[in-house]
Design a protein around this ligand. Structure first.
Ligand code: SAM
Length: 323
């Protein structure tokens, strides 16, 4: 796609400033909240917001509010994206300023991950009770069963398996079920729960949803239940879940609709306050997994949250292009 001379000047002018180029390089890694960008750049919020506004006007970044926070990400498509993608790809990673920014964002991420890990370690024993505070398990689980297509599958993978609730629901419908989680405390409880339920086809493994090390197209059913809202890069997790989904297989994602309960961020380590259909459908489409069903389950109590289920299916004969 070609750019007019004016469009090219607008895009280059927006990106052609040291702080704005650093912001673009940061966002190339993952979506970030404004305050996180300020922290890495060590600049005030009004200043950073001015730069972000210019980048957004040039179509280089997208702004999306999430509760009381505002996040930014690189625009995923379009002419501006193509031009700037080329520039970012050519930046020297050893450039001292960019390398320092990367180290700082690594620190921000590490702090976030440590806080989430500590939360899950501390709350593993009570997780089943915490989860049911938000919604009624029974109605959500009946719909999840429906979203999986209802049949028997050979290989089920539950990413971020926690205490093993999804495995207990779905492993009876699978030959083999694998639960993957980053928290050893959660895995220990899931091992006990699934053993007590007599599920001999369940395997539990320590692993990271961003890099599962599972074979491409190796799972007929992949489930990501109430995990994405904790993650620094939910789009990357969807990509990885899609990568391991077999031709003809399903990916079922369960999470919250957008909401305003900031206390979940403050007290329960949620990073994102829910996901819109538009956002999820874009990620699924980018992963070449067309959606086959979408459900909204309204809360059973006044202060509750709407749970959403997105089910997508890979075409039976589709060969994955290198991701
Ligand atoms: C809210 S719990 C949900 C557990 C389970 N899916 C359920 O609904 O009961 C989120 C789980 O995701 C796990 N988790 C968080 N980040 C992860 C990551 N990067 N890779 C794998 N698991 C992760 C946590 O350890 C935790 O067990």
């Amino acid at each position: 796609m070609k750019l007019s001379a004016k469009q090219a000047v607008d895009v280059l002018r927006a990106a052609g400033e040291p702080t704005r180029l650093r912001i673009l390089a940061l966002l190339e890694r993952e979506e970030l909240a404004v305050l996180e960008i300020c922290r890495v750049l060590d600049q005030s919020q009004p200043r950073v917001s001015r730069h972000l506004k210019l980048l957004a006007e040039a179509g280089l970044v997208e702004r999306f509010p999430d509760g009381a926070w505002v996040f930014y990400r690189l625009t995923g498509e379009g002419r501006a994206h193509e031009v700037i993608g080329e520039v970012l790809a050519r930046l020297n990673p050893d450039d001292p300023v960019l390398a320092r920014d990367r180290r700082k964002i690594d620190d921000v991420q590490a702090e976030r991950a440590a806080a989430a890990q500590a939360y899950f370690a501390d709350n593993a024993a009570q997780w089943d009770r915490i989860r049911s505070l938000y919604v009624s398990d029974t109605s959500v689980e009946a719909e999840i069963l429906r979203a999986t297509g209802g049949g028997h599958v050979r290989r089920l993978v539950d990413l971020g398996s926690g205490t093993g609730r999804m495995l207990m629901l779905l492993a009876p419908h699978a030959d083999h079920a694998l639960g993957l989680d980053l928290s050893q405390q959660m895995l220990n409880i899931a091992r006990r729960n699934t053993a007590e339920a007599g599920l001999s086809n369940v395997e539990l493994r320590h692993g990271d949803i961003f890099d599962t090390r599972l074979p491409e197209g190796g799972a007929d059913l992949v489930v990501v239940h109430q995990v994405l809202h904790y993650l620094s890069d939910p789009a990357a997790a969807v990509r990885e879940a899609a990568r391991i989904t077999a031709p003809g297989g399903r990916l079922v994602i369960v999470d919250f609709a957008p909401h305003q309960h900031e206390f979940l961020r403050e007290q329960h380590q949620h990073r994102r306050l829910g996901f819109s259909d538009e956002e999820m459908n874009r990620w699924l489409a980018e992963a070449e997994l067309p959606q086959v069903a979408q459900m909204d389950l309204p809360p059973t109590r006044a202060d509750g949250l709407t749970v959403k289920i997105w089910a997508a299916r890979r075409a039976p004969t589709q060969l994955r292009s290198a991701a």
